[in-house]
Design a protein. Sequence first.
Lengths: 269, 418
Amino acid sequence: MRRDRNRWLAATAIAFFVFLYLPIAVLILFSFNDSKRNFLWRGFTLKWYPTLFANDALIQALTVSLQVAVISVVVATVLGTLLGLGIARLRSGAAGGASDMLLLLPMVTPEIVMGVSLLLFFAQLFDGHGSIWQISIAHVTFSISYVAIIVRARAVSLDPRVEEAARDLGASPFGAFLHVTLPLVAPAVAAGALIAFALSIDDLIVTTFNAGVGSSTLPLYIYSRIRFGVTPEINAISTIVVAVTAVAMLVAWRAGAFGGRRARSGILG
Amino acid sequence: MAVGAAATPTPPSVTNSEGDAAFASARPTPDDVRMADREGSRPEIVLSRLTKRYGDVCAVDDVSLEISHGEFFSLLGPSGCGKTTTLRMIGGFESPTTGTIEVAGRDVTRDPPERRPVNMVFQSYALFPHLNVFDNVAFGLRRSHVAREEVRERVAAVLALVRMEGYDRRRPDQLSGGQQQRIALARALVNRPTVLLLDEPLGALDLKLRKQLQLELKRIQQEVGITFVYVTHDQEEALTLSDRIAVMRAGKVEQLGTPETLYDSPASRFVADFIGTTNLLAGVVETVTDDDATIELVGGERCHAVAGTLAAGAAVDVSVRPEVVEILGRDGGAADIPAAFPAGDGPPGGALDGTVEQVAYLGTSVSYIVRTRGGVAVAALVPRTVGRFPAGAQVTVGWRRADALVLARAAAEEEARP
């Protein structure tokens, strides 16, 4: 009986992962296909990758994506870290519960709602027509929650006496933060930053509403090209995006973002 | 406790009217808790009418204390008595609702922790987990920009003082509890504070290690010669280590004195019960003749005590330490008590007949609980060289009059707080 059940569990798990990853695997596989058409395997090639870098529109989109990612990651990480540390001090009570709600809300708000609301916000209040800055701010709004939640999870596990000890030994409030609190939450901050990066680099919906002329990001470019058919080039870019995102998530996981592995020291690993 | 003239700041309300000068010196100040036993010593810490309220709860209630330079001073009391809050206010981690704190002659009441000449050893050690032992200990020195070479020397010296040489590169999580404790102590001492504050530093350690570290703490305190303020709920620890102890209860100082004073002449039932173990026999003063008071215990039996200020009719507790109680076997007859029982100088205090209820063999001594005829349970701790009595044996317990201490029962104490 037990073995049967285990076999079913294993089969379900395998089916789940196949369902989840087979399309991506196919996409990656066909980025190495020596054919303009996607459905026939004509042999292995790497030629689509160099052609990507000859594509100015694509390079332009990639540059925008990276600029947006850098700006939004820096801003979201700084604000999210401070937010997470602040909320960690509320601990329990009504204020703690309310701030938890407000923190989680952006994570569960449908992206389309968020995108539209940001569009209206920028258009009506600032007469914005889409720009790198507008996209960056939009990305900050949804990634800040992730950073804050990860940092808070680590901060509540710290002994508040440790910070008091730093003050006792002559550190100013800022000194205690810099020399003690920050090194102790650093793994969480790094993990939060990497997740913010992964979220920013592949966001499509929110970006669609906030991009303007000349500020198309890589996902927007890919989406626009798909209307003319899926080419191996698209497969190749997508493969790169998948790889970069996967690496970011892996490093974040190693740093303890998901509570799996507690980093012992201040610095990563 | 006498009031030291040099160490007593005269209350301003009195100095205003010059005619009251003589009266002022004669009248006990409201905070009659000063250190005057040590001549010429200046107070290192002065707490004046310190109060801390959290909403309706008064954690520390109008505490005034003076602690001398070089003193090992303990705040002792059950949990929730305000001892840790008092310590944290001295350290600067809580700000008092009212009252002032002076350290080394300077008012530090509103100073943040980093600007006070005190350092703290936390109960949880609070070592920095991301730094190794050396960097932990050097933390305070680096904050005050001590030169690199001097940092190295001072850290090495303090690690030698706490006997942790060679552990520089270890991380806190690679150390045992006792070792972490030593590092926490070194990290505080290396800054050469005027006062070292210790918040139940040995609370998390097992008994044997605690005993060993108690001796080391005492040695270190004598070597560095700075003032220690020590918070503990362990009365034995406080008695072992302290020069003076303030017994706290419900935010107030119940009694202040040397370990001997607290043990031999507790001022209240609470202190008598909290410091060591004692028999507290409830009764009423029946008659007073000269210096002898006859007390009728609850069960109807009588005993004697030094009268002092007692008056007939007062409700009292007679405190008798188990180790002064003597025990004598009776083979059925009640009349064969020798005249010299209990042995020793001075008149006898009490001799009660009863039955052994419990016997516990404690190695060098034997502990008995004897139920007297009047129904009172009396604990006795006798050397094992005295004969042994089994449970159920008919015995007489007795003590000398001078060994019994009579504690007047305050009206409020009738409804003894838990």
